[in-house]
Each structure stands twice: as C-alpha cells, then as structure tokens.
Design a protein around this ligand. Structure first.
Ligand code: NAP
Length: 292
C-alpha cells in the first residue's frame, strides 16, 4: 500500500483522510491549525510539522486546501512539498484551484521526476464523510491508474477527463451549474414567499417534476430550516466563480449569468456573510424582497 501524505484537514480534508486511515492506509498529516492534526493522530495518523516533512515520509501526497495561492505556497513555498519530494512520487491536488496554477505546479514537479494529478471533487461534506465524492481527474493515464485505488476509498464516481488541468476545468463547469441552480432555487422560493404561497409546498411539488434537482432538495431544505452553517462556504464558491470567469476571459468567452451570480456573492461578502453556506445566496434576494 502507498504511504499517503495528506495536507489540508478542513471540512473536506479531515473526513477524507479519516476514510483512508479506516481503509488501512498509513497516513502522514499536516494542517495550518494543529487541532485536526492532533485529532487524526489520535486515530492512527502520523503528525508532520511541514509539507516538506509530509513529502519526505510519503509515496503519494494529497492536498485539500482552499485556493490557488494556498496550494502554490504549500508546494513551492519555504518548507514546501517540493523540498521533500523524490523521483517516482505522485502528487494529487484535490482542492479546487485555477487550471493555470495546476499546470504550473505540474511542470515544477515534473522537473523533479514527480507526476501530478488535479483531482477536484464534488459532493460536499456529506460526500467526504461517506466516501461518495465525485472526482474529476486531469493528468496522465499512468498517474490516474496509480491513484485510482486511493480515489475509490474517498469517492464513487471517478472520471479521468484528460491531461493536466482538465479536472479543474471540469470542476469550474460544475461550480457554474451549482451556483446558477442555487440562484434559481433562491429566486423561486423568494417568489413563492412574497406571493404568500408556502415555499415548503412549492419545493415538495417541484421535487416531483422536471425542475427537481439535488440542489432544490438539499439547499431548499436548508433554506426552509434557516440552516446556513457550512457545508460549502460562500466565499469558497465565489473563489470558484472567479476561476470560471478568469478561465473564460482567457478564452474570450462571456459567461453572463455566472458573472451576475458572482456579483450577488460579492454583495454578501461585503455584508460579512462569506463564512456561511453557499445556500445563503438566497439572503440577498430576501433582503431585496424586503423580507429580512
Ligand atoms: P476549509 O474547511 O477551509 O479547509 C481548508 C483547510 O486547509 C483548513 O483546515 C486550513 O487550515 C488548511 N490550510 C489552509 N492553508 C494552509 C496551509 N498553508 N498549510 C496547511 N494547511 C492549510 O475548506 P474545505 O471546505 O475543506 O475546502 C477545501 C477545498 O475543497 C477548496 O478548494 C474547496 O473549494 C473544495 N471543495 C469544498 C467542498 C465543500 O463542500 N466544502 C466541496 C467540494 C470542493 P486552518 O484550520 O488553519 O484554517
């Protein structure tokens, strides 16, 4: 079995690492705050004090970090993964970051004899806990085959999309669909409420027809319960729409509605709501409707 290094033990990373420990993998773990490191150490993982130390004691290093600068710093910064790698190792970034950053990191590690995969995920905290994530992978076929047994522990639907960066492009597409669907659900539920119709009944009716979706189901329920604890933080989803918009800009492609929803998210960030779940997108609509 490969020795696995795991860096980034937040909402997603901690349960993913835990599932690998339960499957019998030997794990070396690192995180910026020490709480989750100590927690996983008590469950059998080996704590490490830097990304470099993680790499030195692993065959395969996984990162699950917030954003492109975080992955860049953890890999190429002082005490970074690059300082601890050996030829033949495999690096797998499962964070959602810019495809351009992914490709830069691919080249840097390739020069050290290390293959990389970009393998962002969908399925949220629940999918991370249950080991049912959907994983979209970019990189070589050989590297994909090597990592597949590990992916199958943390996920269920694992698809090799194409070369380096292809996984991140797929994730950007995923985040567009999710954001715009949350906006649609939010608009529908706000309209129902404003018109004096029970949004719970509207959700129930729509779930049985063509408008049904997992987002209407899960996030519609969150809205009804007024449960905006993350989940997936709004500020991270805004980061993802930034990635989609920047990638589209590089291709001279307009993404009209994505840009509008990104602006709504900015308004919520300005109201200090970035740490809430992304279903909190509805709060802006409710405020505009005079219902807050
Ligand atoms: P999160 O809860 O904020 O976790 C990120 C973790 O990375 C935190 O534990 C943080 O440590 C750690 N970290 C940050 N910078 C670091 C550094 N320089 N060195 C070591 N550790 C560092 O975020 P998340 O929700 O797990 O998301 C992680 C990634 O998965 C993001 O790219 C996100 O877009 C993506 N994603 C999330 C979801 C979801 O539903 N949450 C779903 C799909 C994809 P601290 O404890 O110090 O903050």
């Amino acid at each position: 079995m490969e020795r696995i290094g795991f860096i980034g033990l937040g909402i997603m990373g901690k349960p993913m690492a835990r599932n690998l420990i339960k499957e019998g993998y030997s794990l070396v773990v690192h995180n910026r705050s020490r709480g989750p490191v100590e927690e996983l150490a008590s469950e059998g993982a080996t704590p490490a004090s830097s990304p470099k130390e993680v790499a030195e004691h692993s065959d395969l290093v996984i990162t699950m970090l917030p954003d492109s600068p975080d992955v860049d710093q953890v890999v190429t910064g002082p005490g970074g993964v690059v300082e601890g790698v050996r030829p033949g190792m495999l690096f797998v970034d499962m964070s959602t970051i810019a495809p351009a950053t992914t490709r830069e990191i691919y080249k840097i590690l390739k020069d050290k004899g290390v293959e990389s995969l970009d393998a962002p995920v969908s399925g949220g905290e629940v999918g991370a806990k249950e080991g049912t994530l959907s994983i979209m992978v970019g990189g070589t076929e050989g590297a994909f085959k090597r990592a597949l047994p590990v992916f199958q522990v943390v996920g269920q639907n694992v698809v090799h999309i194409g070369g380096p960066g292809a996984g991140q492009i797929t994730k950007a597409c995923n985040q567009i669909v999710v954001a715009l669907t949350i906006q649609a659900v939010g608009e529908a539920m706000t309209l129902a409420k404003k018109a004096g119709v029970d949004p719970a009944k509207v959700r129930e009716a729509l779930l049985g027809g063509f408008a049904q979706s997992r987002i209407l189901d899960v996030h519609g329920k969150r809205v009804l319960d007024r449960n905006f604890q993350p989940g997936f933080k709004l500020k991270l989803h805004r980061k993802d729409l930034g990635i989609a918009l920047q990638t589209a800009r590089e291709l001279s492609l307009p993404l009209f509605t994505t840009a509008q929803v990104a602006q709504s998210m900015d308004a919520l960030l300005a109201m200090d709501k970035g740490e809430l779940d992304h279903s909190a997108l509805i709060l802006l609509l409710e405020q505009l409707a005079g219902e807050v």
